[in-house]
Design a protein around this ligand. Sequence first.
Ligand code: GLN
Length: 290
Amino acid sequence: MNRTWTVLELLNWAVPYLEKHGSSSPRLDAELLLARVLDCPRLGLYLRFDQPLDAAELAAFKDLIVARRGGMPVAYLLGEKEFWSLTFKVGPEVLVPRPETEHLVEAAIAFLEEEPERSARVIDIGTGCGNIILALAHHFRERKHLSWFGIDNRPEALALARENSRQLGLDHVVFRVSDLFAGFKPGLDAFELVLSNPPYIERAALAGLSPEVRREPAAALDGGPDGLDFYRRITVAARDFLEPGGGLLFEVGAEQAGAVKKILASSGYDAIAGRCDLAGHERVVSGRKV
Ligand code: GLN
């Protein structure tokens, strides 16, 4: 590429190129990657359509587009992802936060707002980069009577979660390496709210996921033979750690709400309910410990 390329010309080339290679959001991808190379906000590109790129910028953009074409998620290329209007550091060691998970944050806010003065301990199981618990801690940052815990059995995920808590000025959120509640003591440790977006893909379906999703850690996706292993384990384990009346809130896969409600019912939870996303799918299932 010896000729000069402007911002607009590069976008006009990269968008159809990424589309042809399977990206479902080629314009957004191309813009985010070009904005990273030029170190400007994405919308700033629209003010610089005629700006030519120098050779180093051009080479950097080309490398990113080639990696993206190979299925690397944009969030891993950028090292960050927006969730709940906050910026989270992410990498291949954690699931990329998804917009649909914001429904779980909304459900948790609604639960905690039922009794705004009550002190409550909230725990997020399988916290990954910490997006859920940190979004909540940020939303409720003035409420000093709420405390926040994020656990994950993978230390490399927690390292990122801790970096995110520092970056967001939310150092009071406690992150702990723990396989479910293994690091906690029944009777001593009790929570008003247990949250999780656990791995929920059926194991046999993993190989058929898009190349992009297959770049994400299997440990964050694999929900066992029927995808429901973690719902069963967490539902049973949480009974020993929830206060009476405490809430259990799950994100579930698009077709899993019915099965997860049954799991909660068979473990003796009550007030079992689902919450729909914008497409009308129940993506959050909740219950209360009796
Ligand atoms: N809690 C993180 C999220 O919802 C990671 C969940 C996971 O790894 N399954 O994005």
